[in-house]
Design a protein around this ligand. Structure first.
Ligand SMILES: CC(C)(COP(=O)(O)OP(=O)(O)OC[C@H]1O[C@@H](n2cnc3c(N)ncnc32)[C@H](O)[C@@H]1OP(=O)(O)O)[C@@H](O)C(=O)NCCC(=O)NCCS
Length: 203
């Protein structure tokens, strides 16, 4: 039998992390058509409505039912606006280790939403799911993402040399691939012992 994460919603003070819905398609498309997201992640650029539809109806649910991880839309509790996306992936059910990836919409950056959602999912993983390790991989030049890792207490464990591809703008307005090093960050349950309580609720 395949192990899977439960179909959950996690709430924090300001955010609700919940499964994607059909109604998210326009905001998801807008969020992913963004310079920083195209540069630092492997999402298709440009990102079309078709892509968003396939993600919401097929690929995101399959991550969970196939046992690889879970994909959650990050929304503001007060406004219900889509402000980000967070995924657990490459889950190893024997070692109880998984990897987190995230994007925050350009209209919601600098509010601490990435840190708040990663912290909430980490606490849920360690407390409710009894996981032992959460890993984060950031491209060497992705300072904002490294700030997020550091803020939540991740330990920088090493560098995977030449391990990833990022994108850079060309003079004619297109994109070109550039090879880069990856920094590996690890978070263990004990690293969160002194962390402020994000007061998450899972249901
Ligand atoms: C990385 C990302 C998710 C951060 O989202 P966010 O909600 O703005 O993150 P937070 O507000 O929690 O924290 C960001 C921190 O980075 C800092 N930061 C942002 N841009 C920065 C830059 N260019 N240089 C240095 N620090 C930067 C912010 O000041 C903040 O730190 P602070 O709270 O100490 O002031 C967002 O920039 C993003 O979606 N980027 C594109 C996709 C991506 O890179 N995903 C991660 C792949 S590993």
């Amino acid at each position: 039998m395949t192990s899977t994460f439960p179909d959950i919603t996690i709430s924090t003070d300001r955010l609700v992390l919940r499964p994607y819905e059909e109604a998210d398609i326009p905001e998801l498309t807008a969020m992913m058509n963004d310079e920083l997201t195209a540069a630092w992640t492997s999402v298709p650029a440009p990102y079309t409505t078709l892509e968003a539809r396939d993600w919401i109806h097929r690929r995101a649910p399959l991550e969970r039912t196939g046992g690889q991880g879970i994909v959650l839309a990050v929304t503001e509790y007060l406004t219900h606006r889509l402000v980000g996306s967070i995924s657990l992936m490459h889950t190893n059910w024997r070692t109880l280790a998984t990897e987190v990836g995230y994007v925050v919409a350009p209209w919601a950056r600098g509010e601490g939403y990435a840190a708040e959602s990663v912290l909430a999912i980490a606490q849920w993983l360690f407390r409710d799911q009894k996981f032992e390790r959460l890993e984060l991989r950031t491209a060497a030049g992705n300072t904002a993402s490294q700030q997020v890792a550091q803020k939540i207490g991740c330990v920088s464990e090493g560098v995977l040399r030449n391990a990833s591809i990022v994108r850079s703008r060309t003079e004619d307005g297109g994109w070109t691939d550039i090879r880069t090093d990856l920094i590996v960050w690890g978070l263990l349950p004990e690293d969160l012992e002194d962390a402020p309580e994000p007061d998450y609720r899972a249901g």
